[in-house]
Unconditional design. Structure first.
Length: 202
């Protein structure tokens, strides 16, 4: 092989690696597979940017199914997701959870840089990872929380599509927590009353 042929082969190899380096999965559709009475709205703004909005009318999960196709070019980039979550459940939330599941386990859709994910005034728990985000905080009934996170979808390969599900669910304090809070308030009230009675008698 002469020098010209070697240079041509090298250019083809390099060109091929460059053109496929950014190939990957792109989200082509989002559907709400379970809203449990809540509502969902979505938009794809610009390149690899998702703007989602959800309203929870109960503390049951809302699940979204994403369809992913293969694309050359910018397909390998993660999606920057922003989301407004409205609490219309009539109860304050103490935590909020995101999880990714796929029909073919291990496909590889993940939260990219999950440790930088945010959910308004909530704190990201240490139990979070590439497939789940767990937040602890407080969202009052009627409140709205803004979330930001990145998702990198699995590339199904040329000519194929795949799906993954993003499930979201809030949590509210257990009844036992409320009972302990009420008991604590009653105890404090009794102590204050006793102190006032002692002052009156003294």
């Amino acid at each position: 092989m002469n020098t010209m042929s070697k240079a041509f082969v090298a250019a083809l190899v390099l060109g091929g690696s460059i053109s496929t380096a950014t190939a990957g999965g792109v989200i082509t559709n989002i559907t709400a597979t379970d809203t449990s009475g809540g509502t969902f709205d979505s938009g794809i703004i610009g390149d690899h940017t998702l703007d989602l909005a959800k309203t929870f009318s109960s503390i049951n999960p809302i699940s979204l199914t994403f369809t992913v196709a293969h694309e050359n070019g910018t397909g390998g980039n993660p999606y920057a997701v922003t989301e407004a979550v409205t609490n219309n459940t009539g109860q304050a939330w103490t935590d909020f959870h995101y999880s990714i599941t796929e029909p073919n386990r291990g496909n590889g859709t993940v939260f990219t840089a999950h440790e930088q994910s945010t959910f308004s005034d909530f704190t990201l728990d240490g139990s979070s990872g590439p497939r789940n985000l767990n937040f602890t905080g407080n969202l009052a009934a009627g409140g709205v929380a803004d979330a930001t996170f990145n998702i990198s979808p699995f590339d199904p390969g040329a000519g194929n599509t795949s799906t993954f599900t993003l499930t979201q669910v809030p949590s509210v304090p257990e009844p036992e927590t409320y009972a302990m809070l009420v008991a604590g308030l009653l105890l404090m009230g009794g102590m204050v009353k006793r102190r006032n009675n002692n002052k009156l008698q003294g």
